[in-house]
Design a protein around this ligand. Sequence first.
Ligand SMILES: *Cc1c(COP(=O)(O)O)cnc(C)c1O
Length: 362
Amino acid sequence: MNYNRTYNFSAGPATMPEPVLEEIRDEMMNYRGSGMCVMEMSHRSPVYQQIIDEAEQDLRDLMHIPDNYKVLFIQGGATLQFAMIPMNLMKNGVACYVETGAWSKKAIAEARKYGSVHVAASSKDRNFCYVPDCSDLDIPENADYVYICENETIHGVTWNQLPNVKGHVLVSDQSSMFLSRPCNVSDYGLIYAGVQKNVGPAGMVVAIIREDLIREDLDPRTPIYMSYKTHADNGSMYNTPNCWAIYCCGKVFKYLKSIGGLKEMEKRNMDKAKVMYDFLDSSKMFTGTVDKKCRSLMNIPFVTGDKELDAKVVAAAKAAGYDNLKGHKSVGGLRASVYNAMPREGVAALVEFLKKFEAENS
Ligand SMILES: *Cc1c(COP(=O)(O)O)cnc(C)c1O
């Protein structure tokens, strides 16, 4: 069916798979004979319990999550995790962070409110266009964890090799690359992702946490909502969860399983990103801003080198049906976010458009 949709290159909230949106549409007025929409349902009802249980199980299947990890659905976005992580994981009050762009910077600033933060490596010297060598980090002996942002959404930088954490707990913000490729969960103590980038609607985070990291001896002033234990002990339903986001994400998990899981997704993502990077590498007008070996498969920033021309491309692209290509102000230029749900045809069409623009404007 033709819905007259645009190719949406937004960094988030972002495009979702059309078959999922169609299923949601079909179930909108009456969810499977329940007589109501999922938005109208009690989260304590058996029909909703099945929705959340299946969502968790499908995610466990997709990522092969070991049994000693809890899967939590928490509100407050990825931003709340910037505080929740130090509040829950800092036992010694010390943590080690790697600074690779805007989102790790924000996490660092928040963590500093709770303890001593050691920034062991940074790529600030070149405006975060690469991931520093983290094979031999200077990690304080008593650091409670090592924190990375595995894909910097704004700077378009991704980790292709995890840091050597030397026996410490690894914590990763996977918001903008969650489920884009296979992930060995047991390499991490905690993985979290705001779902509005690569999965579903805004307003929720998935946190995958190793059970032994869930503590009860937190500062007694810790808000009850901000303790992982609260969520773990109550199946993510201590209070009313983001029922709608859980439902929509569950559908995306099933959809990813149906197309062949994360290996297949990675293959498609590599193929898709290559279309864009090959173009950038051959273009005389446009250049990618990130070192080749750290280029993100999900967020692709690029520039013409001329601010006015950048703005002209963004406007012309929007008019031609390619929306949300304006780069973040800290990098400038343009950014194409090509998450899981962006079809290869969308990227190929964008590249054709950019080629034509270049031919007509140089
Ligand atoms: C978007 C984003 C965040 C912040 O997400 P919110 O849900 O808006 O709080 C954090 N980290 C990364 C990597 C992101 O892309």
